[in-house]
Design a protein around this ligand. Structure first.
Ligand code: GAR
Length: 215
């Protein structure tokens, strides 16, 4: 206990569909002592995901769980929940996971399930708004500012109480690639910092609003 706030190591289950650079940043933060957590397992819907190789290199248990592998939706959900239980996961991190998390899983991990999005929500979010699509849309719209949002997950895509946001200036000469690279740098910083707030017990959720308790 420190100043009335209880600090507790997070037991993370990371979900990732792609290269996993946010996953790497989280592992780095743990190794450097900036994040009080352990990654208990990495779950992917994509057997080619770079994130799976990262997990294997770091001796982190992996599972590829795809809805189409199961005879019914219930069995798919059971597989997800069994995996999370088997590895004693108490907090889920979506790190470039491109599938919707079933409501049954969200219910078990309510307020213990974070997503990172490469824009300032509620703008440029929702179905189909992921990766380069987001940055292309931001540039097409002529935005001068974009950014990163870390939010708790509810039943809608890119929705739920916002825990942290940081802006990134859009430059006139930006391409989707240069913009994505600058936004990603911020993602790598902010995700671990936000998770650490949860580890320190400093996040309070009241409806749609999140309050961060002072240290
Ligand atoms: C990240 O930019 C993340 O914000 C985005 O996917 C990328 C994954 O990169 N997520 C979304 O667009 C969710 N709607 P990574 O695999 O290198 O971490």
């Amino acid at each position: 206990m420190k100043g009335g706030i209880e600090s507790k190591k997070l037991h993370l289950g990371v979900f990732a569909s792609g290269r996993g650079s946010n996953f790497v940043a989280i592992l780095q933060a743990i190794q450097e002592g900036r994040l009080q957590a352990n990654v208990e397992c990495l779950i992917s819907n994509n057997s080619d995901a770079g994130a799976l190789s990262v997990a294997k290199k770091n001796n982190i248990p992996t599972a590829v769980i795809v809805k189409s592998m199961y005879a019914s939706r219930d069995l798919f959900i059971e597989a997800l929940l069994d995996c999370l239980k088997k590895h004693d996961v108490d907090f889920i991190v979506l790190a470039g996971y491109m599938k919707k998390i079933p409501p049954e899983v969200i219910a078990v991990y309510k307020n213990h399930l974070l997503n990172i999005h490469p824009a300032l929500l509620p703008s440029f979010g929702g179905k189909g708004m992921y990766g380069h699509h987001v940055h292309e849309s931001v540039l097409e719209y002529g935005c001068k500012v974009t950014g990163v949002t870390v939010h708790l997950v509810d039943d809608e895509y890119d929705h739920g109480p916002i825990v942290a946001q940081q802006s990134v200036v859009v430059k006139e000469e930006d391409t989707p690639e240069t913009l994505a690279a600058r936004v990603l740098q911020v993602e790598h910083q902010i995700y671990a910092e936000t998770l650490q707030l949860f580890a320190e017990g400093r996040v309070e959720v009241k409806g749609q609003k999140v309050y961060i308790k002072k240290k």
